[in-house]
Design a protein around this ligand. Structure first.
Ligand code: CS2
Length: 507
């Protein structure tokens, strides 16, 4: 059906579907990471803000490596559709807020020029937890990384995100030195402060002759507010291309599926202005951390457990997984028992409604969010989700059984003990730590047992605090054993029984 339809573009987009009549004339935002999440989140909020209050805030999108999206956007005059989908309805909109699309590996100079352009006031980024070249060993920039070292030498255009930002800032400093805001929109605790620190460490590691007064200028002219972002955005499939064809009568090669829910909370510390995002559904606050922790723990942390248990139980999607009563029970237990006591709920969040909504969002069958997608990159994601709350409980003399279940299920997916098959969905998960985990198993002799889990923790997989609590590793090892012998449902039942015998957290 779609072959005979016209391609999405400036003349074919139905006016009723377009958030803005045309992309803004000026570019005020350079966005690093042109993936689905950005296109269904910041782009949508920005288009909504501009529909209300106009301004020079077009977005130049930068893809890091893949040319697919950038190329398709150019062919479609920067238009693409966002397909909001729930079991009740499908709603298709076209943000029309991008002014251009670059591919960093192909157009590195243009990227640095864009960061240094006087009209650019904000650099936003969604490069995933993985993209920050952060070392859990040093708690800072990964100076052991060959890519970071190459970017510091500067013989070739920068390949790392932090390298791109600093080289762009360097150019900016030298040409006109106007202030700028760098806004991380990734799921990291304190994402603004982390980005600031990594940028500063990179700058300090530059040869003295190249540094000039860059560090001082960064301190005075570049702002790094923190933000919390939330929207479930799966990968694109033909289902969504067909939905655009059916709803708009056009062909879109790169639509983005998304749930109806979307939330964005930011600190209002911008060095050179910003769009009126409050008119586009964003919230501003002096202190983002409570929102970040709420979201990273209740949503993302629980999501990880659902994904690993779901994959081990043979489920392709999150909604299929949460429909299994044992997984829904485990999700409730980790959320209420382990994560919730570790945070302060922001005053404007009504907790019961928030939690009810989380379960509804996970159960969105129309979205088909894959366990493989949520389970991928667990080594970088879990570090943001598990150790903080786990340490809080351990220090108070309690074992967080469902956090140990999360780690056990993750390890069974990523480094299956001999003779254990975690199934196709776990096998399809991508994780930079797979080789490290296999190496540890080889050294210890097997991928199970307390010494194996201890060695995994000692490698820094979940930061460094948990190694002080051997009981944590023991409990993870026990649950790995139950998963291997009796399956994920038995392990969840074991965690639930044990939780009933733990002292209750004091709130
Ligand atoms: C998920 C997130 O893949 C994951 O780890 O937990 O991508 C989640 O869907 C988003 O953070 C929702 O805002």
């Amino acid at each position: 059906m779609t072959a005979v339809l016209p391609r999405l573009g400036s003349t074919t987009v139905p006016a009723s579907a377009s958030s803005l009549p045309r992309p803004p004339a000026e570019t005020g935002i350079v966005h690093l990471g042109l993936g689905n999440f950005h296109r269904a989140h910041q782009a949508v909020h920005t288009a909504a803000a501009l529909a209300h209050t106009d301004g020079p805030w077009g977005i130049l999108g930068v893809a890091s490596r893949s040319a697919t999206v950038a190329q398709a956007l150019r062919e479609q005059e920067m238009r693409y559709a966002v397909v909001e989908i729930s079991p009740d309805r499908t709603h298709v909109t076209v943000p029309s807020v991008h002014t251009g699309a670059l591919v960093a590996t192909e157009q590195p100079e243009e990227v640095l020029d864009a960061i240094s352009a006087p009209g650019t006031a904000i650099v936003t980024m969604t490069v995933t937890e993985h993209g920050y070249t952060y070392s859990p060993r040093t708690h800072g920039l990964d100076l052991d990384s060959a890519a970071v070292q190459a970017d510091l030498r500067g013989e070739a255009p920068p390949r790392t995100t932090i390298g791109q930002i600093v080289r762009g800032l360097q150019r900016r400093r030298r040409s006109h030195a106007q202030p700028l805001t760098v806004l991380s929109c990734d799921n990291l605790v304190g994402n603004g402060a982390q980005t600031r620190r990594l940028v500063r460490e990179f700058t300090e590691a530059l040869p003295a002759a190249e540094r000039d007064d860059l560090v001082e200028w960064l301190e005075s002219a570049v702002a790094f507010p923190s933000s919390m972002v939330d929207r479930i955005v799966p990968a694109t499939t033909d289902v969504y291309r067909d939905a655009v064809a059916a709803h708009l009568g056009v062909r879109d090669a790169v639509p983005v599926p998304a749930e109806p829910f979307s939330m964005w909370v930011m600190e209002d510390r911008f060095a050179a202005g910003r769009p009126r995002w409050e008119h586009g559904g964003a919230l501003f606050t002096d202190d983002v951390e409570p929102y970040e922790l709420l979201k990273l723990r209740l949503l993302n942390g629980t999501h990880s457990l659902i994904a690993y248990l779901g994959a081990l139980d043979g489920h392709r999607t999150i909604p299929e997984s949460i429909a299994r009563p044992f997984i829904a029970d485990a999700a409730r237990s980790v959320l209420h028992g382990d994560y919730l006591p570790s945070l302060t709920v922001p005053a404007d969040i009504e907790l019961d409604a928030y939690v009810r909504q989380l379960f509804e969002r996970w159960a969105n069958t129309a979205l088909g969010h894959r366990t493989q997608q949520v389970g991928s990159d667990g080594s970088v994601k879990l570090r943001q989700r598990v150790p903080g709350p786990a340490l809080l409980h351990l220090r108070a003399g309690r074992m967080p059984h469902h956090l140990t279940l999360t780690v056990a299920a993750y390890l069974c997916c990523m480094a299956p003990p001999p003779g254990f098959s975690p199934g196709p969905h776990a096998a399809a998960m991508v994780d930079p730590a797979r080789a490290t985990l296999a190496g540890i198993a080889l050294r210890v002799g097997t991928a199970s047992g307390a010494s194996y889990v201890e060695a995994v923790l000692e490698s820094g997989l979940l930061g460094d605090g948990l190694t002080q609590y051997p009981a944590f590793a023991d409990r993870v090892a026990e649950l790995i054993d139950v998963i291997v012998r009796h399956g994920p449902a038995a392990a969840a039942a074991d965690a639930a029984r044990a939780m009933d015998h733990e002292p209750q957290p004091v709130r």
